[in-house]
Design a binder for this molecule. Structure first.
Ligand SMILES: [Zn+2]
Length: 547
């Protein structure tokens, strides 16, 4: 077609994309129409999903996959792709660092493909060693960011499968030598690309036997992560004027904690202008880039609008101890579209590309059926809610309050900056309570004894959902079951410590704290089917450390 190379008129798909009927995960459509030409697909076709229109395109018709990203295999997920219809001319492709869970899933899907490529074989136990050797024989773009020695020496794949066994994806045999994929129905597969908002999954490192790791080895591994991080920040964050910043010390100038994880630091100029730290508002860095924030006349961001899949936004300030309250006004979804939400609390490690309540980091109350969510498990809780309702959120921390982790910044020999964060086990904050209110009506405790972490007001928005936050001090519906002096408005978190009774908690200090957002995975569609493996990936990385 001449239109492909001509810039004078825009290329269009030969079919109506908007009229396709998709399954809940937006994997397959009932018209079996995909790609630039509207052709049917087999499961065995290597496909790329456009991050803008969400249509799937055939690898064979995509011209922008570079040589070093090959072989690009069916079910591969570590990329970001925009089709040339959406970009108006040039396809865009970026390879992302892959997670072991995602690598293992890709291998298992390929090993289970039926001979005709139309389905996955159900009830087949695969030998873990065959999964490992499949990964070895497809080394390349699939394993970007991973070292082959890691796979062999630590048998990372089998550990990853082991840790994922309770996460609804796999079942392991008793001797751990075989694995069974629990769901082979196309709608239950994890096919979507791993789109990550700021940084890829967090590499965790430990000192072995008290010895300091060689600066060389940490720097070497770090530079890989760093390039992935910079790449992602570049494509997702708004650009702004570069600002001078203090040079971080080099690795040999800082004292490393015994157990820690390294977080790449996004460049501060990528996060936009700093927000006023004296006002609690929705945080620009602690927000999935697809979510739009709206400021009021005072320039304070209190409203958020969703876009497509479930994505998260958090407030600028978090609760570490004491009792705090905020409320959210549910607005009509924009443009007459539909929209859904989950409202609650999240630590700064909560995945911004997932709903609140998706993993261990967050707790949520969902609109549709009034269920509460934590670690993707939904349980009956309160009433459904909709536009016009005001949802109150109360968090009372117990003992201990949030565990404070030591953080230090350093730069590797190439000048790339990282945060080193001390790693500690999660412990319950005994006596803590998280409760919700609907239009002033107490719905009772939703969660108790939550992890002793710092929690930020958080909401996830699906499609055109729109929410307006009120952090206080005056509320439409103050909690009727709490004495006025028994709780503080979240707005008071921004007042200087000296002005309060020691209940204030530190503000998230912009860029440096923005880096913890990058656990990857996706929370598309209904949200329940998200990538349960990412937590396991972290667990696996941790297991690697203990060797
Ligand atoms: Zn597209």
């Amino acid at each position: 077609m001449a239109s492909m190379s001509s810039s004078s008129h825009k290329e269009e798909l030969p079919y109506a994309l908007k009229q396709l009927n998709w399954d809940q995960m937006h994997h397959f459509n009932s018209q079996d129409t995909y790609g630039y030409k509207g052709e049917p697909r087999l499961l065995s076709d290597a496909m790329l999903q456009c991050d803008m229109c969400e249509q799937w395109f055939f690898l064979s018709e995509v011209g922008c996959v570079p040589k070093d990203a090959k072989p690009f295999v069916p079910f591969q997920r570590n990329y970001r792709f925009s089709c040339r219809i959406c970009t108006g001319g040039t396809e865009q492709f970026e390879l992302q660092q892959n997670t072991w869970t995602s690598i293992a899933l890709t291998a298992i899907y390929n090993l289970l493909l039926s001979d005709d490529g139309t389905s996955l074989k159900a009830g087949v136990w695969l030998k873990v060693k065959n999964v490992v050797s499949w990964v070895q024989s497809h080394w390349g773009g699939l394993t970007s960011g991973r070292h082959q020695s890691q796979l062999l020496e630590n048998s990372a794949i089998s550990k990853c499968l082991l840790y994922t066994q309770n996460a609804a994806l796999f079942q392991m045999s008793e001797d751990k030598s075989e694995v069974l994929l629990k769901h082979v129905a196309p709608s239950k597969l994890q096919l979507k690309p791993l789109i990550s908002s700021a940084v890829p999954n967090l590499p965790m490192v430990a000192r072995s036997g008290g010895a300091r790791p060689k600066a060389e080895s940490v720097g070497g591994a770090g530079s890989k992560h760093a390039s992935a991080a910079c790449m992602q920040v570049l494509i997702t964050a708004p650009t702004g004027s570069p600002q001078a910043r203090e040079l971080a010390p080099s690795l040999d100038q800082i004292k490393l904690p015994d157990k820690y994880r390294m977080l790449p630091v996004p460049k501060i100029e990528m996060l936009g202008a700093p927000q006023d730290p004296t006002v609690v508002q929705l945080s620009r860095p602690h927000r999935a880039p697809q979510i739009t924030l709206r400021e009021n006349e005072q320039g304070v961001a209190l409203s958020a609008v969703g876009y497509k899949g479930y994505r998260m936004v958090r407030a600028t300030h978090g609760v570490s101890s004491g009792c705090y309250y905020y409320e959210v006004l549910v607005q009509e979804p924009l443009h007459g579209e539909d929209g859904h939400m989950r409202i609650g609390w999240s630590t700064e490690a909560g995945d911004l590309q997932a709903p609140v309540g998706y993993d261990v980091n967050s707790y949520a109350y969902r609109d549709v059926n009034g269920a509460k969510f934590h670690e993707s498990l939904g349980e009956p809780y309160g009433e459904p809610y909709k536009a016009g309702d005001v949802i109150g959120c109360m968090l009372r921390m117990g003992e201990p309050g949030a565990i404070v982790r030591q953080r230090q910044r350093f730069r590797d020999p190439k000048g790339v900056e990282y945060l080193v964060e001390e790693e500690r086990a999660r412990v319950p904050s005994v006596g803590s309570v998280l409760a919700f209110y609907k239009n002033g009506k107490p719905l009772g405790p939703a969660f108790t004894d939550v992890h002793a972490e710092q929690y930020f007001p958080a909401a996830s928005l699906y499609r055109a959902a729109c929410l307006t936050f009120n952090f206080g001090p005056s509320f439409a519906f103050p909690p009727p079951d709490l004495e006025v002096d028994a709780y503080s408005p979240v707005s008071s978190l921004a007042t200087p410590k000296s002005a309060q009774d020691g209940a204030a908690d530190g503000a998230a200090d912009g860029a440096a704290d923005g880096v913890a957002d990058g656990a990857d995975g996706d929370g598309e569609g209904g949200g329940e089917g998200g990538d349960a493996g990412e937590e396991a990936d972290a667990a696996m990385d941790e297991a690697e450390m203990e060797e």
